[in-house]
Design a protein around this ligand. Structure first.
Ligand code: FAD
Ligand code: NAD
Length: 441
């Protein structure tokens, strides 16, 4: 049995960063990844990076083949870069890993198997798409998850999307820009629920203006392949599509990990249960990223790395280190057009908590940079505590929102009051300078 200081299962954001960092610190480290096509993990190969590459290329007006070629070029470059970043100092094994006991992992590739053990083991196996229980969907030749849809060899004329969340809306925008007729099936009265309602309404109206169709309060009852297409039977009638994307959430990936051979415990939703240091019920075994049931974002996986790295680095030295309890405000970005970003409380949440707050909304059309950009769409909204001027939350819908939200996070995390942003000297003409008005009394 080969012995290591650290075994990392899965090439995710947390795992690859931890493997490289611990190996650089002199630890004997191995990272196990079941597919070389996944060096760098989900984000690099099948998620954040390829989808945003597709969006940017489609926004430039490129056609389907060029968009896909750019996607492949970027993924291939980053896949290689990620492999090099880890393999220089740690062992990388192309194999599937599974636990055979609490601290023993079997790696297998074809007929070859080997047992490995280590003082510390980190599970970073990500999440997999939930397949909705719709008769005929799983067997349809025209139904795809978010990975499958990126493998299409030609542009579908008609795309049906089941699910109006992050993935559904992002792909709706990409394919709409490529000239595909897109219909999104939403299982509720609107999209972007939980977002400030006036901004969700605006986003919905823009997407409709752009030609995206929505079937709200819809339920897909069955899918049937017929004459080279998929026919969706729904409570709103029958619809025929050349391709159907299902995007109704992703579940922690514990498939085939052999957890039943260990004392590792699961949460009710099937994630690996951890403490605030991301340690499982087995001391020395950690779970990072989507598999531990936290928010499913690459930057959360990176923050999980920080927690485990701090814990392992102080091993045996006692004292407190960074943990989940210290994690501050988490921003989000939804890459629709224009992008939508949020942090902290919405007005409804502030009201629900009985807080004394004021709100400020600012249409993007009032912003000088928006005129320079010739893109007047969107609205910014801030929620500010009346007493001490703290920023309680913000929703930014407009060009560069995904970048700007990080400035507000810094202010919120450090208790910098709204007044500071209201009087800060900003470069001009920029979208950021509008914080002078957004945060003014
Ligand atoms: C289409 C899409 C778009 C997204 N866009 C964004 C975005 O813009 N911004 C954002 O922050 N987040 C985005 N996300 C979410 C983000 O991709 C994930 O939260 C993040 O990649 C999770 O990383 P992770 O560290 O959990 O592990 P992952 O990166 O998922 O890595 C897990 C790795 O483990 C490997 N593996 C699994 N089981 C085994 C095993 N038994 N043995 C060996 N290897 C194994 C897998 O092959 C995989 O490479 C998106 C997700 C999707 C699907
Ligand atoms: N920009 C980003 O940061 C980004 C982009 C893509 C994905 N992600 C991450 O990936 C995760 C998964 O994305 P997702 O879009 O699959 O999940 P999601 O949770 O964002 O959205 C799923 C949507 O599907 C709906 N739904 C559920 N069952 C349904 C059904 N049977 N019929 C119709 N609709 C149904 C839900 O109401 C929800 O609106 C996200 O939660 C997010 O954490 C992030």
């Amino acid at each position: 049995m080969r012995e290591y200081d650290l075994i990392v299962i899965g090439f995710g954001k947390a795992g690859k960063t931890l493997a490289a960092r611990q190996a650089a610190a002199g630890k004997k480290v191995v990272l196990i990844e079941k597919s070389s096509a996944m060096y760098g993990g989900t984000c690099i190969n099948i998620a954040c990076i390829p989808t945003k590459t597709m969006l940017v290329a489609a926004e430039k007006g490129l056609g389907f083949d060029e968009v896909m070629a750019q996607r492949s070029a970027v993924v291939s470059r980053l896949n290689k870069k990620n492999y090099a970043a880890v393999s220089g100092t740690a062992d990388v094994i192309d194999a599937r890993a599974r636990f055979v006991s609490n601290k023993v992992v079997e790696v297998s590739a074809g007929a070859d198997t080997e047992l490995l053990t280590a003082a510390a083991i980190v599970i970073n196996t990500g999440a997999v798409p939930v397949i909705p229980d719709i008769p005929g969907l799983a067997g349809s030749a025209y139904a795809y998850d978010s990975t499958g849809i990126q493998g299409l060899s030609s542009r579908p004329g008609r795309l049906g999307i089941i699910g109006g969340g992050h993935i559904g809306l992002e792909f709706a925008g990409i394919f709409n820009k490529l000239g595909t007729e897109v219909t999104v099936f939403v299982n509720g009265p609107g999209i972007l629920r939980g977002t400030e309602p006036e901004i969700a309404d605006l986003a919905y109206s823009y997407m409709k203006e752009d030609g995206i169709r929505f079937e709200l309060d819809s339920a897909v009852a069955s899918v049937e392949d017929s004459r080279g297409a998929a026919v969706l039977s729904t409570n709103k009638g029958d619809f025929t599509f050349d391709a159907v994307l299902y995007a109704v959430g992703r579940r922690p990936n514990i498939d085939g990990l052999g957890l039943e051979a260990t004392d590792i415990e699961l949460t009710d939703s099937g994630a690996i249960k951890t403490d605030r240091f991301l340690q499982t019920a087995v001391p020395g075994v950690f779970a990072a990223g989507d598999v531990n049931g936290g928010l499913q974002f690459t930057y959360i996986s990176l923050d999980d790395f920080r927690i485990i790295n701090a814990y392992l680095s102080r091993a045996g030295q006692g004292g407190q280190t960074y943990s989940l309890a210290d994690r501050k405000n988490i921003p989000t970005a939804t890459f629709i057009t224009p992008p939508l970003a949020h942090i902290g409380l919405t007005e409804a949440q502030a009201q629900g908590q009985g807080l004394d707050y004021r709100t400020k909304t600012l249409p993007v059309a009032s912003m000088p940079r928006a005129h320079v950009n010739n893109d007047l769409r969107g609205m910014f909204k801030a929620i500010i505590s009346r007493g001490d001027g703290r920023i309680l939350g913000a929703t930014l819908f407009g060009s560069q929102a995904h970048e700007l939200i990080n400035l507000i996070k810094m202010a919120m995390d450090n208790n910098i009051p709204a007044e500071y942003l209201a009087s800060q000297v900003f470069t001009h003409p920029t979208m950021a300078e509008n914080f002078n008005d957004l945060f003014a009394a």
